[in-house]
Design a protein around this ligand. Structure first.
Ligand SMILES: Nc1ncnc2c1ncn2[C@@H]1O[C@H](COP(=O)(O)OP(=O)(O)O)[C@@H](O)[C@H]1O
Ligand SMILES: [Mg+2]
Length: 342
């Protein structure tokens, strides 16, 4: 079983959700249910398994149900029907004190509008979660100082939020979420309000932190480039329904329908696709002498491989090796052209 299990969640907004639920379960879609009952379908039979330590991205157009989904994970809202568990524990069965402890100790949240407390300085904002937990001042300030340093804000401890740029404020938001050492980070469009360059810096920062922390991160975005960059796996929502779940290269190479295809059309394939997703597996063929001289790691982006083949039509194929150095496949000029043209 995965760490977070979401089973057959329906969420219907409106005064009499049960009546609309029957329609949804019988197969009516969001538009039909709105027309027939005036109820809005937030989520329609969504099931997902999220692994411990993965960065799981939820993507979709505005109104597709992304925020509704993440609000179920901290139980800001309850499903009309369905089940949700964390580490085998049914979070929908938690009573109020258990739920409050669950939110305080096991979840960290980063919001689009930063959500900082304006009358507290950086130190006190970052230490806030530990203060709520009742930790003594010395301990919480030591932890906060550590996280302020980790996100690159050492020296800014005494500044107030309105003295910081948007990017710096979101670094404070990230430090605050991490200071309580939560199991799960929930990030709803956390970088969407930032300028493109700052946004890219924050993505890099999050990825750097994640290689050390291995948190379970549920990250919401409407931006496919961001999803492809950050996600170990990506779930795509449309009108409350789950359309596709997969690794970035699966989404790009095999979009499930026209909705996903429309997102992926303008993607830079050379940056997203990796050697392993276009190689010819070794089981299909025997490596030659020349191939084994040129080795590349299976995670190498195609952008780094293409120039080699552009330089010469005689360029020999690469052997692709996995993390342990074993040869798992080969890549030649033809494999690359095939995928880039497709
Ligand atoms: N509290 C609410 N009351 C009524 N409808 C809501 C509520 N929250 C969300 N919705 C509706 O549910 C759908 C999904 O919304 P949301 O999860 O906010 O989408 P996203 O985050 O992908 O933009 C939308 O049609 C939205 O209007
Ligand atoms: Mg939203």
């Amino acid at each position: 079983m995965s760490y977070i299990e979401i089973r057959n969640i329906f969420k219907i907004f409106g005064p009499n959700p049960k009546s609309a639920l029957e329609l949804a379960k019988a197969g009516s879609d969001k538009d039909e249910i709105l027309a027939a009952t005036g109820h809005t379908v937030g989520l329609h039979d969504v099931s997902l398994s999220i692994e411990q330590g993965e960065t799981f991205v939820v993507m979709g157009l505005s109104g597709s149900g992304k925020s509704t989904l993440i609000r179920h994970l901290n139980r800001l809202i309850d499903p009309t029907s369905g089940e949700i568990s964390f580490g085998g524990e049914d979070i929908l069965a938690m009573d109020i004190p258990t739920l409050n402890a669950f939110r305080r100790k096991r979840l960290g949240m980063v919001f689009q509008r930063f959500g900082l407390l304006p009358h507290r300085n950086v130190m006190d904002n970052v230490a806030y979660g530990l203060e709520i937990q009742g930790q003594p001042r010395k301990i919480r300030e030591a932890a906060a100082a550590k996280w302020i340093e980790r996100v690159g804000l050492a020296g800014y401890e005494a500044k107030f939020p309105d003295q910081l740029s948007g990017g710096m404020q979101q670094r404070v938001g990230l430090a605050r979420a991490l200071a309580t050492d939560p199991e799960v980070l929930l990030m709803d469009e956390a970088f969407s309000a930032l300028d493109p360059l700052i946004r890219s810096d924050m993505q890099d920062e999050l990825m750097k932190l994640q290689t050390e922390l291995h948190k379970t991160i549920v990250f919401i975005t409407h931006d496919l480039d961001e999803a492809l960059k950050l996600g170990d796996r990506i779930a795509i929502l449309k009108d409350g329904k789950l359309i596709q779940v997969g690794r970035p290269e699966e989404i790009v190479l095999h979009p499930a329908d026209d909705y996903v295809k429309a997102f992926t059309r303008d993607v830079n394939r050379g940056r997203v696709l990796r050697a392993r997703s276009v190689m010819q597996p070794i089981s299909d063929q025997a490596p030659t002498e020349q191939m084994t001289e040129n080795k590349i790691n299976h995670d190498t982006p195609l952008d780094e491989i293409i120039p080699y083949f552009l330089g010469s039509t005689e360029a020999q194929p690469f052997a692709v090796v996995d993390r342990d150095g074993g040869i798992v496949g080969t890549i030649g000029r033809d494999n690359l052209l095939d995928v880039l043209n497709r």
